[in-house]
Each structure stands twice: as structure tokens, then as C-alpha cells.
Design a protein around this ligand. Structure first.
Ligand code: ZN
Length: 261
């Protein structure tokens, strides 16, 4: 079974969790380094953080496989998301910390093609179907792509990342009335927030966000310090502050989406 976990619900909201998977097929895991197998770059606990998804009627699409197997938030041709900057590719060979993923040679092209068919494509089939069903029901959809990252990753950015990093492909993936409504909520809360800063949205945001077709996509990249403890589990004290802001931001986006019609 290589498809992601899908819970279908009836609102126009689809929440995607592309980097939460921790499964690695045995034949691949045996070739990986101990550093890689810590799975540090996983977006831990995002579904638990978004525990209000059911209350909002959101359809959720949740990755089963680790991003180290193949990254579903990268384009299938592995074109860089941020040209000129270091980035983990479609099949990462180094972690964010610069550790080798494979003990010996990294996967050759034929294996990458095989992983794309086996693990990448089913995620996108499920996500595309979830969005299509929302469009069928409502005529429009809000795709919220949920991520987290360490607040300090020298290979990816200087200094400390803001708490809430919203990306809409610089405005191309989402009507500005919707992103502005969500971002206003983020900015008004106790967290630092930035729109289309270092993280403008990955492949999912850029590919699916098509405002002219009624599909509005927002990537939310949260600093892990806003909701996780040192053990990468939800820190309930921190999460209790963040959750109402996140939920209100999504509700504001949904209200703006409804008002567009
Ligand atoms: Zn992520």
C-alpha cells in the first residue's frame, strides 16, 4: 500500500501533510546512514497540531512515506524550487544538516523513476482527487499545505526563521484577498509572521494553486519551536497558543474564499 492516508470531509478545505511520513521500505532503509534514519527533517506531529481539521470539515491527505524516500513537494523533474540556493531535491542525498543519506552510492536514475511511480504519484493522485471533489461540491477549494522546520538551518537560511511563514508562490497560487485575510490573523497573534519570505511555497502550492480555476493554495511553514518540544512531540503548552491562531487564519481564509463568489 503506497497511497497516503486520506480522510474525506465535505468542506472546501483540503489540508495536505506531505512531510509527516516516517515509513521507509526495508530495502531502502538498509542502505541509509544512521544520521538519515533519525528522520530529523520530518514535519513531525502536524496532524496532531491541526486537531481542528475535523471541526472545519477538512479533507486531509497525509503522507505515509518519509520525504527521504521521495519528496512529494518537489516537481517530478526535480527542477530546483529556489534556483541558486541549496535545497533537498526530489530524492534527497543529504539531510538539512549536511549528513549523507546513503552509506554508499545514492539512487541512480532508474531507481528515482521507480520511486516516483511507487510513492510520489499516489500522493498526487490522492491530493488531486481531494481538490477535485471540493471543486465539485463547492466550485472552489482552499488547499492548505502544512509544514514545519527547525527555526535554525544554516544551509537553508541565515539566522532564525520567523514563527509562521506563509507562502503563495508570491501571490500566484492564491487570490490575494484570501491570503491577506489569513495573514492578517497570523500577524495579529503573538507570533512573528511573514508572507512570501524565504518560503514561498513548494511544488504542491505552485502546482495546485490556480485561482482562475477556483483552487487557492497556501503553504504554512511553521518553526518547530512554536509547537514541538525537544523530543519532537507536541508541546501542549506551546501548541495551545498556536492552534487558535492557525485555526482562525484558516477560518479567515475560508470566509474570504466564500466572499469571492
Ligand atoms: Zn515540510
Amino acid at each position: 500500500m503506497t497511497a497516503p492516508f486520506v480522510t474525506e470531509r465535505a468542506s472546501p478545505l483540503v489540508i495536505s501533510f506531505p512531510h509527516v511520513g516516517t515509513n521507509i521500505p526495508e530495502a531502502i532503509a538498509t542502505r541509509m546512514t544512521a544520521d538519515a534514519l533519525r528522520l530529523d527533517d520530518t514535519d513531525f506531529e502536524q496532524p496532531a497540531l491541526y486537531d481542528f481539521a475535523e471541526a472545519l470539515g477538512a479533507t486531509t491527505v497525509t503522507a505515509r512515506w518519509s520525504r527521504l524516500v521521495i519528496d512529494v513537494n518537489r516537481p517530478p523533474d526535480n527542477k530546483p524550487l529556489y534556483p541558486g540556493q541549496w535545497g533537498a531535491g526530489l530524492v534527497p542525498t543529504e539531510t538539512f544538516a549536511g549528513e549523507a543519506v546513503y552509506r554508499d552510492a545514492p539512487p541512480a536514475e532508474a531507481e528515482i523513476v521507480d520511486r516516483r511511480e511507487r510513492y510520489w504519484r499516489p500522493y498526487h493522485e490522492a491530493l488531486a482527487l481531494a481538490v477535485a471533489r471540493a471543486i465539485d461540491r463547492h466550485g472552489h477549494a482552499l488547499l492548505w499545505d502544512a509544514h514545519s522546520i527547525s527555526a535554525v538551518v544554516p544551509r537553508l537560511f541565515e539566522g532564525t526563521l520567523p514563527d509562521m511563514n506563509m507562502g503563495t508562490a508570491a501571490g500566484e497560487a492564491c487570490d490575494t484577498a484570501i491570503s491577506a485575510a489569513a495573514f492578517a490573523v497570523c500577524e495579529a497573534g503573538p507570533f512573528s509572521a511573514v508572507l512570501n519570505g524565504r518560503f514561498k511555497g513548494g511544488y504542491i502550492t505552485r502546482c495546485y494553486g490556480q485561482p482562475a480555476r477556483g483552487i487557492h493554495a497556501i503553504q504554512m511553514e511553521l518553526a518547530k519551536t512554536t509547537h514541538l518540544g525537544a523530543d519532537n512531540r507536541v508541546d501542549e503548552t506551546r501548541a495551545a497558543t498556536l492552534r487558535p491562531v492557525l485555526r482562525a487564519a484558516i477560518e479567515a481564509a475560508l470566509a474570504a474564499l466564500a466572499a469571492l463568489r
